[in-house]
Write a protein that binds this ligand. Structure first.
Ligand code: TXA
Ligand code: MG
Length: 354
């Protein structure tokens, strides 16, 4: 597929004609990269097995990793067996927005989409371009993040083009994703409901809707299959080897400085990922700041693009500071840990999986 068509479009300047082409394309089995408020997605008709298979192929994604379906309204009864009260409350509180809800699926959703599971993840994105394409398509859109499997998610159109040009039929969007981090995933097919992937919507936000909601201790599970299959794979990772440093800020600075020296002596190109207050402290080849260390939202917004910038610079090691643990930083720390592979020890670096 050398002929990927690109429609550049911003949310405040939507081209209805192009939306129509994209929506029709989806219904007819084509693949479309499109913006959402979290990250860009690579979408296809969720009800069409062959279309969905194209997504797995384009991303190089393992087929045991289920896709999230994206809908344009709150009437999801067509796709799921039951909408329990807790799901209704969550939908009312957070849709459209960055919350994916796992429910028992109906047969209309093919097993390819759910990767053989009896459940399906559903979300209604807030981004207008996304919602308009789904509306025109008149089918739900299965869409994982628009990146080659394992790489940091794409948060602007250039990164979609970099990873997926020639592998999909259409790419649309333009500017940076509003949030920049994937949706929070909550499984309400079990009781108590459990958060399978931390995201922009925090556990505290969710507990306001229902006290019983818990966080799945994915890192604690050694033998059991993780409940969000995607969380077991190498994920969000730059090409460089990344090391995450935790603890007292001054000690972290000292440790990073020592390691920069060691690595440079061995001839490696070294990058540092830090915050605004320390960005002039390190004598590395490349230094990027995630902003103020207390401004979590800004860090979340910059994370994936910054990881990709290290790759652009052909950095071989990224030495990264970490955020202080809090309700708000759970999600970004989760992604930093996955990118640095230091928590999930059973993941091998050479695994090209997601
Ligand atoms: O913000 C987002 O959620 C973005 C945008 C494009 O909507 N999508 C996204 O999709 O992050 P993806 O495929 O990169 O991540 C989906 C995650 C995977 O970890 C997958 O295993 C999990 O959701 N998942 C999907 N369906 C599931 C199910 N039925 N049960 C458990 N986990 C599921
Ligand atoms: Mg992904």
């Amino acid at each position: 597929m050398d002929d990927t068509i690109i429609y550049r479009m911003d949310e405040n300047l939507i081209n209805e004609k192009e939306i129509e082409i994209l929506g029709n394309g989806i219904r007819e089995g084509k693949t479309v990269c499109f913006p959402t408020e979290t990250v860009y997605g690579i979408g296809a008709n969720a009800l069409d097995e062959n279309a969905v298979l194209k997504i797995f192929k384009a991303k190089g994604r393992p087929q045991d990793n289920p896709l999230i379906i994206h809908v344009c309204d709150k009437n999801i009864e067509k796709y799921v067996k039951e909408v329990p009260d807790i799901a209704k409350k969550l939908i009312d509180a957070f849709w459209p927005g960055p919350l994916t809800i796992i429910l028992e699926k109906k047969d209309i959703i093919p097993l390819v989409t759910s990767a053989g599971l009896s459940t399906i993840g559903i979300r209604m994105p807030r981004n207008e371009i996304a919602r308009k394409i789904i509306e025109k398509a008149k089918v739900p859109i299965a869409a994982p993040s628009a990146n080659i499997s394992g790489r940091p998610s794409a948060t602007n159109i250039e990164r979609c083009i970099e990873d997926l040009f020639g592998k999909v039929d259409y790419i649309t969007g333009n500017s940076s994703s509003e949030i920049g981090l994937e949706s929070t995933i909550i499984d309400v097919s079990v009781y108590p409901p459990v958060i399978l992937r931390p995201g922009y919507i925090t556990i505290e936000d969710l507990k306001k809707v229902d006290e019983s909601i818990e966080i799945e201790k994915i890192e604690d599970i050694k033998n059991e299959k993780p409940k969000a299959p995607g969380m077991k794979y190498r994920h969000y990772a730059p090409k460089a080897i990344m090391k995450l440093y935790e603890g007292n800020t001054n000690e972290v600075e000292e440790d990073i400085k020592k390691d920069i020296m060691n690595l440079k002596m061995q001839g490696f190109k070294v990058g540092v990922l830090t915050f605004e207050d320390k960005k002039n402290s390190f004598d590395a080849d490349v230094v990027y700041s995630l902003g103020d260390r207390k401004d979590i939202k800004s860090g979340i917004n910059k994370l994936y693009e910054t990881l990709r910038l290290f790759d652009d610079n052909k950095v071989e090691y990224i030495l990264s500071e970490n955020y202080e643990k809090s309700n708000e930083t759970i999600a970004i720390i989760n992604r930093l840990k996955k990118a640095s592979l230091n928590e999930v020890m059973n993941i091998r670096r050479n695994d090209d999986n997601e």
